[in-house]
Design a protein around this ligand. Structure first.
Ligand code: GDP
Ligand code: MG
Length: 369
């Protein structure tokens, strides 16, 4: 594939196109002003000008995820939900309530642990997966790394407070990502709660709730008493139905790293959200610059799992290092391939961090096409 013309490359590097052509000539490449250049040529030329080029393969990676699955192989999957909102409006309380209630409802298992994500069964029996890293920083950080994990955003607004700067920011982030929003009007148990005032403020920023003729579902809830939370989850499921979320469980797993750490006893512990396919104990995986064989998997209650299908969060043991949140994790056929790719990536990362060169990315280049 060819990316940009010699002329555009010159202007990206603040160089004259004549100099670019001269440099090309000196290397035995005959290039005209409007000639489009391939990746190799761009890299070589940029190097001469003291630039290093990063080719963002975002599109490639996306298509990799959406590998030609036969529609017949697709199955419904749980929606993946992120809770965002202003500080102290109740994100953590809501996440805790939902997780603990599902345990109290008799889902078997031990003590709940924060592993960065968990799955609950709603009243109607359908599963919903929550990312347990509240706040839009995590959401944005993941997106910045190319990871698209969230299907639906719950925006929490305290009904005894107002639409605040971080409420607006969270809404903006969700909208920029094209992620549908459900509004939770929290702290409804408080004497000072005035959900209508919040609805009014929301309408002022173009978030008109359904009760007022708009398109946004909202639900009054209390993360303290639990009032309204089942209804909130049903509304999330309604939103999910519209999205027709499907994945093929019968293929090698592809997922995203949610968090990773080093545990004294267990080695590297990586929370993975499987997005398509099924991850199994024994699989060889590559995650960012690390690889390994999946030794064991557990859910957020510490229960052992042999398999994890689409939209399932699992803690994975067996990686050789801690990948970053947002890194993609893929199943490889052989340990040798996985090790080789991991080594390459580590080398690349080392080289990049050593380099003091100026930097252009294909994103910039793309904008000029
Ligand atoms: P976050 O910063 O958005 O994660 O907010 P937290 O979950 O930490 O909640 C902030 C404070 O509000 C804490 O003291 C919570 O106990 C309290 N809180 C959260 N939800 C409710 C609720 O529904 N009702 C009442 N009365 N207090 C709540
Ligand atoms: Mg919190």
């Amino acid at each position: 594939t060819e990316f940009i013309s010699a002329n555009d490359l010159a202007s990206l590097m603040d160089a004259s196109v004549n100099d670019v052509i001269k440099v090309c000539l000196s290397m035995g490449m005959f290039v005209s002003i409007n000639q489009r250049l391939d990746a190799e040529a761009i890299t070589v030329i940029a190097d001469e000008f003291g630039y290093d080029v990063e080719f963002l393969s975002a599109e490639e990676e996306e298509t990799e995820m959406e590998i030609v699955d036969d529609p017949e192989d697709l199955r419904d999957r749980a929606p993946i939900v992120t809770i965002m909102g202003h500080v102290d409006h109740g994100k953590t309380s809501l996440l805790d309530y939902i997780r603990d209630a599902s345990v109290a409802k008799g889902e078997a298992g031990g003590i709940t642990q924060h592993i960065g994500a968990y799955e609950v069964k709603t009243q109607s029996g359908k599963p919903v997966t929550f990312l347990d890293t509240p706040g839009h920083e995590a959401f944005t950080a993941m997106r910045a790394r190319g990871a698209k994990v969230t299907d639906i955003a719950i925006i929490v607004v305290a009904a005894d407070d107002s639409v605040m700067p971080q409420t607006k920011e969270a809404i903006n982030h969700a909208q920029a990502a094209g992620v549908p929003i459900v509004i939770a009007l929290n702290k409804i148990d408080k004497p000072g709660a005035n959900p209508d005032k919040v609805r009014e403020e929301l309408s002022g920023i173009n978030i008109l709730v359904e009760e007022w003729g708009g398109k946004y579902q909202s639900q009054e809830v209390s993360a303290k008493t639990g009032v309204g939370i089942d209804d909130l989850l049903e509304k999330v499921l309604l939103e999910a139905e519209l999205l027709e979320l499907k994945a093929n469980p019968d293929r090698n797993a592809v997922g995203t790293v949610i968090e990773a750490s080093l545990d004294k006893g267990r080695g590297y512990v990586t929370t993975v959200l499987v997005q398509t396919g099924t991850l199994q104990v024994g699989d060889i995986v590559l995650a960012g610059p690390h690889y390994g064989r999946v030794k064991a998997m557990t859910d957020h209650r510490g229960k052992k799992m042999k398999k994890a299908g689409p939209a399932t969060p699992v803690q994975v043991l067996g990686l050789t290092g801690a990948p970053q949140a947002g890194d993609k994790i893929v199943v490889m056929d052989t340990e040798r391939d996985a090790r080789e790719l991991a080594t390459q990536r580590q080398q690349l990362a080392r080289e990049q961090s050593m380099r003091t060169k100026k930097h252009i990315t294909l994103d910039e280049i793309g904008r000029r096409l």
